[in-house]
Design a protein around this ligand. Structure first.
Ligand SMILES: Nc1nc2c(ncn2[C@@H]2O[C@H](COP(=O)(O)OP(=O)(O)OP(=O)(O)O)[C@@H](O)[C@H]2O)c(=O)[nH]1
Length: 294
């Protein structure tokens, strides 16, 4: 439909590089690009890290828009549309199936689906696919992809990158796969035509909340950096992602923890104290205990 607002969906498992890619796309996006950010955690860390020039960022936290939020993707898209955007860019949560989000753009005549981009973490993908708890979710995340980024290629090593590329040929057959570091996508690929996704029958399985749990830490006293790093090195594999701002004795730092690797980057936190969200499998994690606080 002419005048329909083009929608781009960015998906991929926890920590694969979606927010990093969102910022790259936004840097070259037309004015009045609305941004919709779904964070599975209770605290929307990503929305604060997205550099949107216009004040058109819509946050959806504390669940997955593709299956379990009371205010799901439909109402959120309506709110974004009401702001009169030229384009809409959606960051799916790290457990969402991007196809289910993209289908809303197919069904709403005010929207036109432009592209579904799904990222894979080159070092993590093979292990995730073998994981009985999360493997199915990860496979389905590639179902609607027009374009796949094999990201974190810098940190993975050639053997793992090749292994992940082989797996992607199986789970995302026929899709262009681009190896990237820090989601540095050649901009011309954003003009790729989509594959003409059609609406699929509903998937009969449960909600992502049945598999993934979220946890949160609010802690006021400053943390000791060395003790924090020691605790991060001992976190269980079931804690897949941990992110947010930590108050260290020397100042604030942004913690980005993905499957056993982390960075702590000093910066200006938007709040005082430590505010972290964790996402994992099984019961919610007690972050204060895991981080040896108290
Ligand atoms: N070494 C390396 N780090 C990366 C790359 N891409 C992203 N990162 C870092 O990995 C961490 C997670 O990246 P994000 O862009 O936040 O990942 P995400 O998919 O949005 O994470 P969730 O929304 O929590 O699922 C951040 O510290 C990024 O700076 C990459 O290609 N190489």
């Amino acid at each position: 439909m002419s005048g329909a607002v083009p929608v781009t969906v960015v998906g991929g498992f926890l920590g694969s590089g979606k927010t990093t890619l969102m910022n790259r796309i936004l840097a070259a996006a037309p004015p009045r690009t609305a941004v919709l950010v779904n964070d599975f955690g209770d605290l929307n860390v990503d929305a604060g890290l997205i550099a949107s020039a216009d004040d058109l960022t819509f946050e959806l936290s504390g669940g997955c828009i593709c299956c379990s939020m009371a205010e799901g993707i439909g109402p959120a898209l309506d709110r974004a549309l009401a702001s009169g955007p030229k384009a809409i860019l959606i960051e799916a949560s790290g457990v969402a199936e991007p196809r289910r989000i993209a289908e809303f753009a197919l069904l709403d005549p005010a929207l036109s689906l432009h592209l579904v981009i799904v990222l894979a973490h080159a070092a993590e993908l093979p292990g995730l696919l073998d994981d009985p708890l999360v493997g199915d979710t990860v496979v389905r995340q590639f179902d609607g992809a027009d374009l796949v980024l094999l990201n974190h290629a810098d940190a993975a090593g050639e053997a793992l990158v090749s292994k992940a590329a082989t797996a992607l040929r199986r789970i995302a057959p026929g899709r262009p796969v681009v190896r990237t570091s820090h989601a540095a996508l050649p901009p011309e690929l954003l003009a790729l035509p989509g594959r003409g996704l059609t609406v699929a029958p509903p998937v009969p399985d449960g909600r992502h909340e049945d598999v993934f749990s979220r946890s949160r830490l609010d802690w006021e006293a400053p943390l000791d950096a060395a003790e924090l790093e020691r605790a991060l090195g001992r976190l269980p594999r079931s804690l897949l992602r941990l992110k947010g701002w930590v108050a260290l004795q020397g100042g604030a730092a942004l913690l980005q923890y993905v499957a056993g690797r982390w960075t702590l980057t000093p910066g200006d936190a938007p709040h005082s104290g430590t505010r972290l969200v964790g996402i994992g499998t099984g019961p919610a994690h007690d972050l204060a205990t895991l981080l040896a606080l108290g």
